[in-house]
Design a binder for this molecule. Structure first.
Ligand code: NAD
Length: 478
């Protein structure tokens, strides 16, 4: 059985072993995680700081070759890594394959992004002076990630960080050490100089906190919950005024208009609300439905939810895998109780599925008769639970969509160009979809939210550079 360890200055470091279990089958121990302490995290920070000058000056062609090798290695090992991802996090194998492939492509994308124009030249208003803006690496950065995309999210942070000449201390989520360990070993074997990339396994309040309070790091890129994100922001400002980037939760609306193709609407809603067991920051957790098609849409989504096969992530006929662990399952069931107490109607699901196997399975859950001020419509649940809210017209639907502290992703299903255009103009979200699930993204396009879902520059594509570099304005006289 593999014990996953931390990587510091090119060396693998042990720690207190802790088993992690397959959420589809609690008899299956996926591996052990050797939990590091604060001293290991500090050593990782020191290694990243020491390696910074070497990496910044590393020949660009070699940097590209290293990133390209990492991407190719991930892609070559897609099947093996996807199977591990399914066992560790509970994503269905098809979804896991997609995630691993996305991670590999992300490294290759950022390798080649380096060949795009970097920096800008301006005319100076002073005679005999040349003006330019150079983009310099931010420095040594901490990367803190959640469990729900255990290889894709690390990749979309680590790849641009390394590409633009930064060194990295990566702190993965506690629930997914295997994917973090495999990714780190691929990066380690790529020929990257020791200390440029470091990874530390361990609890957020110990390992993560060491990164947040370090004044040696220059920035923190964080993806996770809004509550932890607020703490990250406070600590970064307090400790060295570090740059920080937060990608947080969502309470994403999908509007279904009375002119919608209801088959398209049901497909978008079922995918957006329930695939990946609803454990996506972009999940459609609020379905805002025009009152004229409300009942017909509810019939479709309720029968669609009831027909979904819940089962082990590696079983070929499963359509919804397990919840990631007991804590998340309890949280989901708590919200079911809260929804019922608030007066919403439980139209589908709401309970565990014991017959699906020895794991944390839950039936896809639909609430109807939901008011937007209920907790189940305002708080992120992060499970297979969605809330149907009725609206009179597009204006009311958009007002309801915007009445949230979040602003990550939003969608509309409509056949009207006017409705789609109005929606794109007025809905407050960083990612907008028309006639598509709220949860689809592409690696070369910017990703991120507004308001309570985000702080700082966008991730992904060429926008990723904005966090990992700092513009320096240079004036030169001859
Ligand atoms: P979380 O906030 O509990 O943990 C995220 C990371 O922070 C983990 O690595 C954790 O160990 C670490 N952490 C916890 N306490 C810390 C501390 N005191 N100091 C430093 N680090 C600490 O989130 P989670 O449960 O792992 O992930 C689910 C959340 O992530 C959901 O809210 C989801 O919406 C969000 N998410 C957002 C995006 C996005 O791009 N917007 C993508 C995926 C997930």
């Amino acid at each position: 059985m593999t014990t996953y360890r931390s990587l510091v200055a090119g060396e693998w470091i042990g720690g207190q072993p802790s088993p992690h279990l397959n959420p589809s089958d609690l008899d299956d121990v996926v591996g052990h995680s050797a939990l590091a302490d604060a001293a290991v995290a500090e050593a990782a920070v020191e290694a990243a700081v020491q390696a910074q000058n070497v990496w910044q000056a590393f020949p660009v062609a070699e940097r590209i070759a290293i990133l390209d090798r990492i991407g190719s290695q991930i892609l070559q090992r897609t099947e093996e890594l996807a199977t591990l991802l399914s066992r560790e996090e509970g994503k269905l194998l098809a979804e896991a394959r997609g995630e691993v492939a996305r991670a590999g492509q992300t490294f290759r994308y950022h390798a080649h992004e380096l060949l795009q124009p970097q920096g800008e030249r301006y005319l100076s208003t002073r005679p005999g002076v040349e003006a330019e803006v150079r983009h310099r690496p931010l420095g040594a950065v901490g990367i803190i990630t959640p469990w729900n995309y255990p290889i894709a999210i690390p990749a979309w942070k680590i790849a641009p960080a390394l590409a633009h000449g930064n060194t990295v201390v990566f702190k993965p989520a506690e629930l997914v050490p295997a994917l973090a360990g495999e990714l780190s070993s691929i990066i380690h074997d790529s020929g990257i100089p020791p200390g440029v990339f470091n990874m530390v396994l361990g609890p957020g309040p110990v390992v993560g906190e060491t990164l947040l309070t370090s004044v040696r790091l220059h920035g923190i890129s964080f993806t996770g919950s809004a509550a932890t994100g607020r703490h990250v922001a406070r600590q970064c400002l307090e400790h060295g005024n570090k740059r920080f980037q937060l990608e947080l939760g969502g309470k994403n609306p999908l509007i279904v208009m009375d002119d919608a193709d209801l088959d398209v609407a049901a497909r978008c809603a079922l995918d957006g609300a329930f695939f990946s067991t609803g454990q996506r920051c972009t999940a459609s957790s609020r379905l805002i439905v025009h009152e004229r098609v409300h009942d017909a849409f509810v019939d479709r989504i309720v029968s669609g939810a009831e027909a979904l096969r819940v089962g082990p992530a590696l079983a070929p006929d499963s359509q919804i895998g397990p919840v990631v662990d007991a804590v998340q399952l309890e949280r989901n069931l708590d919200y079911v109780r809260i929804g019922c107490e608030e007066g919403a109607e439980l139209a589908a699901g709401g309970a565990r599925v014991d017959e699906a196997g020895n794991g944390w399975f839950m039936r896809p859950t639909v609430f109807t008769g939901v008011r937007n001020d209920m907790r189940i419509a305002q708080e992120e649940i992060f499970g297979p639970v969605t809330a149907v809210i009725s609206a009179e017209n597009l204006d009311e639907a958009i007002a309801l969509a915007n009445d949230t502290s979040f602003g990550l992703s939003a969608g509309i299903v409509t056949t009207s160009l006017r409705h789609a255009t109005e929606f794109k103009r007025r809905v407050r979200a960083g990612v907008i979809s028309v006639n598509l699930p709220t949860a689809g993204t592409e690696l070369h396009l910017p990703f991120g939210g507004m308001r309570g879902s985000n702080h700082g520059p966008r991730e992904a594509g060429r926008y990723a550079r904005d966090f990992y570099t700092q513009p320096v304005t240079c004036y030169t006289a001859w």
